[in-house]
Design a binder for this molecule. Structure first.
Ligand code: F3S
Length: 382
């Protein structure tokens, strides 16, 4: 990979050990994936923020870093709500280590927004190059906004943030953004059906790029849930939907085809009773908070109900949050049902997210069942 003089000097350690380590990570990745150079990025999003996922070894590594990030950088959800961690049953020991992680990231100049939906507050523009780590945010940036990012790991996103560049390979290049399999959906879909569709298709396409022919255009929130499920049950980082993905008309339709009917999608719904109901994977938008508040109006929950969102979105919708909390539900920031250890005390979690459906059994050891937002609230209120 070609390096400029300045990049070479960083690689040789002339700008300190932290930037040298970051450059070594980027060069190693570039060499593995055949990048010819580094390209400037507009922003980074760093995963590996929850103490549950990085543990003491990760904390030790990030604590050894110095200096500041070079581009706007935001953190993925952590393992607890910074203010209400006791309310959801997080231990003192966990909270102390989690706060230490936040202090380290803040010292590096990273915004402690702690969300998997960074595009709600800082939306990238068409063709912007990014280094984002959260898979659902990667799918949204590539597929809905037409920005360009690979699925970064926590260390590579952090390295890109510290240098302000990323190796130019994969989804940064036009030639790698063409659809590889056409998925025709013969059904009208609504709400959680898109998460279910993503869950089903992700399992069969893996990391390939699907092009969807849908009978209607999903809303922005439905696209968010759809991409999150595709990225979780498969490893899809870019999907095309005609009429949505800015570049979808630039490519020929692939010859490999899959056809799905409503029964193929609905068969993954389950009716087992949960002991926790959790919304907000990915983090809720303002419109989703409003919908949940409307559905909860005049009701009381009899099963624990969490609504996960970013602190920024919560602060912008304080009235709606109060309405949700009036029902006994909890609005939780900075974290989510997957990355917080607080979920592990439950047995079965009902979600309206195809991504959480995939991750909860694997990462939290709890059963997960899928339902529409309406069905989740009906179940919560008995
Ligand atoms: Fe976000 Fe947690 Fe889901 S990080 S995408 S809410 S698993």
């Amino acid at each position: 990979m070609h390096l400029t003089k300045e990049e070479e000097a960083i690689y040789d350690g002339e700008f300190g050990a932290t930037r040298q380590k970051a450059m070594e990570i980027l060069v190693a990745l570039g060499d593995i994936y055949g990048a010819d150079r580094l390209i400037a990025i507009k922003s980074a999003q760093v995963s590996g923020a929850s103490y549950k996922t990085i543990g003491d070894a990760g904390l030790e590594w990030i604590s050894s870093l110095e200096g500041k990030v070079k581009v706007s950088t935001i953190l993925n959800p952590i393992g607890m709500d910074r203010e209400k961690w006791r309310e959801i049953g997080v231990s003192e020991g966990f909270a102390a280590r989690q706060k230490e992680i936040l202090r380290v990231y803040e010292r590096l100049g990273i915004s402690l927004e702690c969300t998997c939906t960074p595009y709600y507050t800082n939306s990238p523009a068409l063709n912007d190059h990014l280094a984002w780590a959260e898979s659902s945010a990667v799918a949204y940036a590539n597929s809905v906004l037409g920005a360009r990012t690979n699925r970064e790991g926590g260390p590579s996103a952090l390295a890109a943030a510290l240098i302000g560049k990323t190796p130019c390979y994969g989804l940064h290049l036009d030639k790698n953004r063409a659809p590889e399999v056409l998925v025709r959906v013969n059904a009208e879909l609504h709400d959680v059906d898109y998460g279910a569709l993503g869950y089903v298709v992700g399992k069969s396409v893996g990391d390939r790029i699907p092009l969807f022919e849908l009978s209607s255009i999903p809303s922005k929130d439905e696209l968010k849930a759809f991409g999150a499920a595709l990225g979780a049950s498969g490893a899809v980082a870019l999907y095309h939907v005609k009429g949505v993905t800015p570049e979808s008309s630039n490519f020929d339709a692939p010859t490999e085809r899959i056809s799905l009917d409503l029964e193929d999608i609905k068969k993954i719904y389950d009716d087992n009773t949960p002991d926790l109901i959790a919304f907000g994977c990915p983090h809720c938008s303002g419109a989703e908070l409003r919908k949940i508040a409307d559905l909860l109006e005049g009701k009381k929950v009899c099963i624990e109900l969490w609504v996960c969102t970013s602190r920024r979105i919560m602060e912008q919708h304080e009235d709606v949050v109060k309405l949700i909390e009036k029902s006994g539900a909890k609005v939780i920031c900075d974290t989510c049902m997957v990355v917080s250890p607080a979920t592990e005390k439950f047995e079965r979690v009902m979600v309206n997210s195809g991504k959480a459906l995939q991750y909860l059994p694997n990462l939290c050891g709890v059963d997960a069942v899928l339902g529409s937002t309406e069905d989740c609230i009906k179940t919560a209120c008995g």
